[in-house]
Design a protein around this ligand. Sequence first.
Ligand SMILES: [Zn+2]
Length: 332
Amino acid sequence: MRLDGGKTISIFVCTIDPKCFPMQMKSYLRFLTLFFAATLGLVGCGPAADKSEKKTRIICTTGMVSDLVKQVVGNDAVVNHVIPSGLDPHTYKPTPQDVSEIMSADIVVYSGIGLEAKLEEILDNYGKQEGHTVFSLGAALPDSALIYVENGHSVDPHFWFDLELWSLATTQVEMQLSEQMPDFQAVFKERARQYKDSLQDLKGWAQTQLSQIPADQRVLVTVHDAFSYFGQSFEIEVRGLLGISPELDAGVQDVSSLVDFLVENEIRAVFVEESLPTRTMEAVVAGCQTYGHKVLLGEKLYADNVGAEGTPQDTYIGMVKHNIQTIVSALK
Ligand SMILES: [Zn+2]
């Protein structure tokens, strides 16, 4: 399907700390973007391929965003994502192949509000090009629903663990894609409705499961601060060893204060994450043992991305179910 008169939508939220984004990296991304933009421009001068018979190509950043888009478009578009499962989206650096995929897509969808920090310059450049559509799920959420950290200077990008916000993101995907692919408006609306019903069912199931955890154990300790929306939604206290972006290693002071907290509150379990190293949390468990307090190192949680394709966690719903079962079985 051709995107005739496709409107360029560029929503860009920059929360990158310049210290975490060296100049060499910026120059490299600028070079890649300009190179591929120039290449596509040259291709555009030749005999254009007939796009009318082709399906719309949608490129997403993470597998989670890709899953949401697929729920709405079904087989009516070709949907792929660039950040592989198991890799951390906060620190993921795009390859030339990723840039090529993004620059040649009809529509690009990303999670945004600071999650894909190293990709945002490319996404911004893509959005400025005529006929390209790019939108961020997080940027369209009501500001009042977002959690601000660091004295209000940064927004926490992990909104997907509030199922109501994921449902709002579903509506946004449906509306944005219906605008770009108007022939499919009715079917997109129906699929989005069904998916939002599934999210409501998932929320009810999650609440029932989490109610098995005793009141004094309703504390979720993870490697980085990815679960604040989850905690707010399900009334569970959350503690992360690292901040909202896991770029820095935990210091001795961070480990020591977390050990004190776990011992004082007799918390029974802590959790590691699929896309992050486990060594710092292992140090926390060892630290608790020196005080005679045994802490279980729980199974890996999926924080910033879905699981590998073919696993039960390769969808958003599968990922949330895995996390809930893992948390409940360790803390109940
Ligand atoms: Zn994260």
